[in-house]
Design a protein around this ligand. Structure first.
Ligand code: PMT
Length: 215
């Protein structure tokens, strides 16, 4: 029997703490990444899902090889980079925070008179790191969430991060992208391929994406 394809998927947002009760995050619900994980299990792949904190209504699919819950970008980077060498492919769908507070206060920050300035520092770009680690036998797929210049920005990320495919989606529009059950994607491949996947349910879109990438 042929070996199952080993696929790592990231999903959901990360949370970057300021103090014990506050954090910076984004609107990712995890629906797109969890749909990809479900579609990959359906296809008979061995799937590891690394997920940031999502609502309890977004449930990991049955049949995963491993489910790894994480909170921060640093935790996600550690979980992903330690597992990637044993994978055939990875799809990074998580909306990872690009910045985190430089200092995580141990006590709750008290309000004072006047403005409050928060210093942020860069988090690790996990997708970029995987692009550096990738062997010629591994496939690496990223997402590009853009509010403008979708194609240009996505193609820049495809090249800069050494990807095989990038899934470009327009965000900031009602009824697609973050939180919605539906989405629209253009897949760009490293060999110049462009595949339009029109607006549809994320569950169906995930199957269509995997059919193109792993045909
Ligand atoms: O979760 P949903 O509500 O269903 O919404 C789905 C989605 C809109 C979040 C999803 O379709 C999507 O676009 N995910 C990627 C979001 C994102 O962070 O895109 P980006 O263009 O900022 O990042 C580019 C790529 O680098 C992504 O693959 C991202 O996972 C990765 N990245 C980004 C920053 C970072 N520090 N490390 C990363 O690995």
């Amino acid at each position: 029997m042929a070996e199952k394809l080993k696929l790592l998927i990231t999903a959901g947002p990360t949370r970057e703490a300021l103090d014990p009760v506050r954090f910076i995050t984004n609107r990712s619900s995890g629906k797109m990444g969890y749909s990809l994980a479900a579609a990959a299990v359906e296809k008979g792949f061995s799937v590891i899902l690394v997920s940031g904190p999502v609502d309890s209504s977004v449930i990991p699919p049955e049949g995963l090889t491993e489910f790894v819950p994480v909170v921060s970008a640093a935790e996600m980077a550690e979980a992903v980079k330690s597992r990637f060498p044993a994978m055939d492919a990875a799809i990074l769908c998580a909306a990872v925070a690009d910045y985190r507070p430089k200092i995580m206060e141990t006590n709750k920050i008290k309000k004072k008179e006047g403005a409050f300035f928060l210093e942020l520092e860069r988090t690790e770009d996990i997708l970029f790191s995987l692009g550096q680690m990738k062997t010629s036998a591994q496939r690496l797929i990223g997402f590009a969430a853009e509010t403008e210049n979708l194609a240009e920005n996505a193609l820049g990320k495809l090249k800069r991060k050494n990807l095989d495919w990038i899934a470009a989606n327009q965000v900031g529009l009602p009824g697609q992208g973050f939180q919605s059950d539906r989405n629209e994607i253009t897949l760009y491949g490293v060999n110049g391929e462009t595949v339009q996947l029109p607006l549809t349910e994320k569950k169906l879109l995930a199957r269509q994406m995997l059919d193109v990438i792993f045909q």
